[in-house]
Design a protein around this ligand. Structure first.
Ligand SMILES: [Zn+2]
Length: 209
């Protein structure tokens, strides 16, 4: 034995490394995590702290997307990224709709750290009009929904182009959601271990209220 990891162990290490902390300063991106404030579909804050994490593979693609958005004179604004399992359960408890929320028993790609919700901010600092607010559980949120104006379709196309070019896949029912190809290959990140890990640095714990 030469001490090298087995193929299975190597795969595990590749797919389940520590998550990467993303900040506005480190990544040149805007962050407004919707579940860290009351202004989301649950009507309450789900996260205790607005901290943003992604799997390194997703973080690498996000860096490309951030640069591509800049090429359009736009900025990406992250609305959600890694989501602990307990948070997924809290969302499911309010809206158990598998068209828009992953059943926590199956696990969300957000809990794998390989999905991100985001929008685009224009040079004037205003969010581009995407036709619906984020998390609107209605066909109007679907890509290419015919009721929207050409300006809205173009705004969505900009986000779609940026994210596809960076290596993400879109979700046909959610203009704001993108994830890595083969997202299900990635393991669910153990939120308990993760939150214990980040607690010492002022982590991403769930709201206690
Ligand atoms: Zn999402």
């Amino acid at each position: 034995m030469d001490g090298a990891p087995s193929p299975a162990a190597f795969t595990a290490m590749t797919l389940n490394p520590p998550l990467i902390h993303i900040t506005e300063q480190s990544h040149g991106v805007l962050i407004a995590l919707m579940y860290a404030a009351k202004d989301n579909f649950t009507g309450r804050a789900i996260y205790d702290h607005p901290l943003c994490f992604l799997h390194p593979h997703a973080e690498a693609c996000l860096r490309k997307a951030i640069a591509a958005a800049r090429g359009f004179g736009l900025q990406l604004q992250i609305l959600d990224a890694f989501r602990p399992q307990a948070a997924q359960e809290a969302l499911w408890a309010v809206a158990p709709n598998p068209d828009y929320i992953a059943d926590p028993k199956k696990g969300s790609n957000h809990t794998r750290g390989v999905a991100v919700d985001l929008t685009l901010i224009g040079a004037d600092g205003q969010a581009l009009d995407m036709g619906t607010p984020v998390d609107t559980m209605h066909p109007a949120s679907h890509h290419f929904h015919a009721a929207h104006s050409s300006a809205i379709q173009l705004n969505r196309m900009k986000l779609l182009t940026i994210m596809l070019e960076a290596g993400f896949l879109h979700h046909p029912r959610e203009w704001w959601h993108y994830q890595l190809p083969d997202a299900h290959q990635y393991p669910l990140v153990d939120g308990h271990v993760f939150m214990t890990c980040v607690a010492t640095t002022g982590g991403h714990g769930l709201a206690t209220a």
